[in-house]
Design a protein. Structure first.
Length: 342
């Protein structure tokens, strides 16, 4: 009877999960801007706290933070939008350059006895398709950010609510100090993860942009933004971000510049991902490669390209929540990349 009861609980839990996912997908047009607002608010929370600690009134602190958000997102949006327009205009030229570069490589390979034809290569490799896929993903994110007024208003309300959240938690959980500590630890852990990850991602994007600008690769800001966003995806994000920039360098400047571009991505991601990030992030927030892949598929299916970009932060937050509950801690261990004996 006990086994049947456990089986029923698992079945009900799985059915509830399916219903929730279906509801999120149906409401994706509303949920996606709200999720972006929550992430932006969490990232800005330390600045908000710092201003309030210096006795800046809450309303003025929120106004300053929102002003920074609008200026930052607006500037990046205009730069990326301009780059996307120019990129689409240059697409026919890149196709011609790709054919010319591949012809040179095929001639060299044929001289070594490797028989290939340009038609065979072009039937299997089309760099413009991959680069356009990245451009479409950025355009999709830009489409969400076009509703900037709704996002900013939501961020304002979240920041005002966050200012009163500790007081509300202390009142609601005044008879349960352990629950209060658990809630505060969860909020602090999520905040720390998102802030550090965002700062590391910004550093990655800036370094990639500077490197591509030095090499003379077109649209360095566009590929720097790609590197920034895909840095949230461990293991495979840096590889995916490098592909369009390397192909563009090959098409535009040749094989040697493509190699230098790939080397730049490798060095930046090794330094930022294996030296800088672990030093400040600490261990215990990793996900297994299988979980990363499944998260990309699930959240990408539910929320589209934006969901793929937010998939790992969403899964990390879920993992942190599972770790806080002793009854679900085993699930957090199962999706961890390197679980340790507690």
């Amino acid at each position: 009877m006990s086994e049947q009861h456990k089986g029923t609980q698992w079945l009900i839990g799985f059915a509830a999960f399916v219903v929730i996912i279906a509801g999120l997908k149906a409401a994706s047009q509303v949920v996606v801007p709200f999720m972006l607002s929550v992430f932006i608010a969490i990232i800005c929370a330390p600045l908000m706290s710092a201003l309030r600690a210096r006795h800046v009134p809450t309303g003025l602190a929120v106004l300053l933070v929102v002003l920074i958000i609008v200026v930052g997102l607006g500037s990046v949006g205009m730069l990326v939008g301009s780059s996307l327009d120019d990129f689409y205009k240059q697409m026919p030229f890149y196709k011609q350059r790709f054919a010319a570069e591949m012809s040179n490589i095929i001639t060299w390979l044929n001289g070594l006895g490797v028989q290939l034809s340009t038609e065979q290569i072009r039937s299997h490799i089309d760099p413009s398709s991959l680069m356009q896929l990245f451009a479409n993903t950025l355009a999709s994110l830009g489409g969400v950010l076009t509703n900037l007024v709704l996002v900013v208003i939501t961020v304002v309300f979240i920041l005002f609510e966050a200012a009163e959240l500790p007081k509300k938690l202390s009142i609601a959980l005044e008879d349960a100090s352990k629950s209060m500590q658990t809630a505060e630890h969860f909020i602090a852990t999520v905040n720390r993860y998102l802030v550090i990850k965002t700062l590391v991602s910004i550093g990655t994007g800036v370094l990639i942009t500077a490197w591509l600008w030095v090499l003379g690769v077109d649209f360095p800001i566009l590929w720097g933004v790609c590197a920034f966003m895909l840095n949230f995806v461990p293991n495979i994000g840096s590889i995916i971000a490098a592909l369009p920039a390397v192909m563009l360098a090959f098409v535009q400047l040749g094989l040697f510049s493509a190699g230098l571009t790939a080397l730049g991505f490798l060095v930046v991601n090794l330094v930022m991902g294996n030296m800088i990030e672990p030093r400040y992030m600490g261990r215990g927030l990793g996900l297994s490669t299988l979980v990363v892949f499944l998260s990309l598929l699930l959240w990408g299916w539910v929320f589209g390209p934006v969901g793929m970009l937010l998939s790992i932060p969403l899964t990390i937050i879920l993992k942190i929540a599972l770790e806080e509950n002793p009854r679900t801690r085993w699930l957090a261990i199962m999706i961890d990349s390197s679980p340790k004996q507690r």
